[in-house]
Each structure stands twice: as C-alpha cells, then as structure tokens.
Design a protein around this ligand. Sequence first.
Ligand SMILES: Nc1nc2c(ncn2[C@@H]2O[C@H](COP(=O)(O)OP(=O)(O)O)[C@@H](O)[C@H]2O)c(=O)[nH]1
Ligand SMILES: [Mg+2]
Length: 395
Amino acid sequence: MQTKTYLAPTKLEALLKIREEHGADAVILSERTVQKGKLFGKKPMVEIVVGIKGAEPEPKAEPRPAPKVEPKGIDEYDPTQARLRKLEREMQEMRALVQTIHAYITNGATDLSELPDMETPRIATTVDEHPLLRPLLQAGVEQELALELLRRVPRIPQNAAVDSLKRTLMARIPIGGALPRESRHRQVAVLVGPTGVGKTTTIAKLAAIHALDYNRKVALLSLDTYRIGAIQQLRTYAELMKLPLHIATNAEEVQEGLELFADYDLVLIDTIGRGQRDESNLQSMRQALQPVKGVMYLTLSATADTATLLDAAQRFAIFVPDSIILTKLDEAARLGNCINLALRSEQPLAYFTTGQRVPEDICHADAQTLACKVLSEVAQCIAKSPLLENGGYRV
Ligand SMILES: Nc1nc2c(ncn2[C@@H]2O[C@H](COP(=O)(O)OP(=O)(O)O)[C@@H](O)[C@H]2O)c(=O)[nH]1
Ligand SMILES: [Mg+2]
C-alpha cells in the first residue's frame, strides 16, 4: 500500500484534502500534531499519514518503517466488551467490599455486624462522617448520592479509600449508545436538547468522523419546527464536507428527507428549538420526529448545574432518549453535576465533547475519565484540608 502524508492547519481541512484526492481509498494510518514554521512563528499543524488502497508503492521508493496503525477516531461498540466491563465492575465492587472488611478488622474491630454496609439502618446512621464525604460534596456530588457511593468505601488508608471510590464510581456510571462505525442498515440519529448546548457542533463532529474518517455515506437533516432559520451553521459544514442537507419544518418534511436519504449509511438530524421552557415547541418537535426510527440522543452541557440538568432531562423525557451526549466538559468547573446526572438518569452516556474543534473534540463517553476528573477535584479538596491519620479532618 502506498502511503502519503498530509499537513493542514486543522484536522477537518486535512481530512477534506484526503477525501478530495483519494475518496474512499484512503485509510488513516497515523495522526499527530506537529509544530511548523520558524522559531518565533511556529504554528501547530495536523499531520495525517494515509495508506492508499490499491495503489502500488513507487518503484524506487525508499523503504519506509511501517507506520503504527492506531485505532482511529471513535471505536466500535462491542457487546462482548460491554459484558466484560460489567463483570469487571462486579469484581471491583466485591473487591471494595473485601477491602472494607479488611480495613475494619485491621482497625481492631472483630464484630462484623459493626460493618457500615450491612444494609441495617441502625448501623448506617451511626457511622461518623466518611472522610471523603466533604470532598465529594465540594466536587458537586449530591449528598444522598455521595453517602450511597461511600457506603462500601473504606475510610482509611486514604489511597485505598480514593481507589475504592474510583472503582465504585466507575461501576455506577452507565456508558453506551455511541454509533457503530459501520452497520448493515441505515442508521438515523437525532440530537435533542436545550439551545446552545452544542447540538449542531456535535452533529458536525459526528458527520466529519463518519463521512471522512470512516468513509460512510452521511446525510444531514435539520428540523426547524418554528422556522427560526438558524440553519446557516449546519449549511456551512454540509457545504464544506459536501454532504446533502435537507431542511424540515414538520413531520411530512422529515419523512420526505428520510426517503430522500434512503440509501445513505447515516442520517444525522439536528433540531432547532426556542428554549426548553417552551412546552408547545417541544411537543411540536416531538410530533415532527414521529416518522424517525433511530437513536435519540439527549444533549446536555456539563457547564449546567445539577438542577438545570435534571430539569432538562425531565423536559426532554417526552422524546424517550436512548442515551446522553455531555458537551463542554472542557468548560465545566466541577463535574459532580455530571455524576448526579449519570447516576440519576435512566440513560447511559454515549459521547463527551471537549471543545469547539470539529471533529477533534469528541470522544466516546467513558466512566474512567469522568471518575478520574471528579476524583482529581476530590484530591484538590483533600490537599486543601488534609486528612488526619485516623481519617478525620484537621480544622
Ligand atoms: N467549549 C466548548 N464549546 C462548545 C462545545 N460544543 C459546542 N460548543 C460551542 O457552543 C456554542 C453553541 O453550539 P451550537 O452547536 O450552536 O449549539 P446548539 O444551539 O445546541 O446547536 C458554539 O459556540 C460552539 O462552538 C464543547 O464541547 N466545548
Ligand atoms: Mg444548533
């Protein structure tokens, strides 16, 4: 396979150049950011190495070291992996429980009935405040959830406590629902959610990844029930990526769009609303989406506080979302609100978005990232008010 290196100021531009020159024949082999230019005028550029399918290497080409094939973009949803992760979580919970028992016994307790988590309210209400409770509350986790999370977490030593909390968090954050990179049947995905959370930007990111990275036939549909006309942003992306865009204002036009895109691999539907407080707007949007059979993503911003997130989740429940896209993780000061949402909502988290760059700033949601971020907030809080040997606070 012949390889070729592309350099461009952004990933999107590099992908567009590759697509224009090689269409579906290019396979991305590696990708990195390099600094180009003279000493004081250095600028970051995206360098993508592609292999061209079916192209023979130049006869006198220098032998190149084989580029490492990295898993690129968004990887596929694998049910076996999901089952393995579930088993792993259960193992982690069991390990946390054993650690709790161990911590109690090594602290001189011999009576196992004194364990905090024997589901007996008498004992649960008499244990002193867990040393990680306050740091969790300061990270924005609701008290009720924090207490529940800490039930099986040992109090000391501190590292074991933090480790165990991390495992508990990871086991409790539901993950899933990202789009597979290929499928036998056409897929349709709709993004609903409050105005300004990043739906259109996320659609552009998903469109770029699936069309330019995975070489799928992608079409865009924008639902503008109130004819607000805020479609320019999506139109610009559609033109840039040469993807068809259909604008619909009601169910018939949505149906029309779906028929128009019958032989596409993926249809991404953006929705334009007038604000989540407008019930009738949401109802007419729901009506207009009746013909759609596909994945419904509720898009919410990590910068919103817990009450706003839960309120939005409740209002958008009429769309029966399959999973959640959390946006603007890069801007969120505390992530306890996302933990509250993840633990309280019925849907798993599918994607995280972490910036404005299209398509770089999106990834599959993963419990470890979220748990680690919250725990680094917890650690900062502990650093500010160090725990004593016995697990209490220095005040
Ligand atoms: N920092 C940050 N900004 C984002 C992210 N996603 C979208 N935005 C910005 O948020 C603003 C609103 O995004 P838009 O896609 O128009 O939101 P929509 O109204 O839900 O369609 C724009 O300025 C986007 O560039 C993200 O993950 N991080
Ligand atoms: Mg929009």
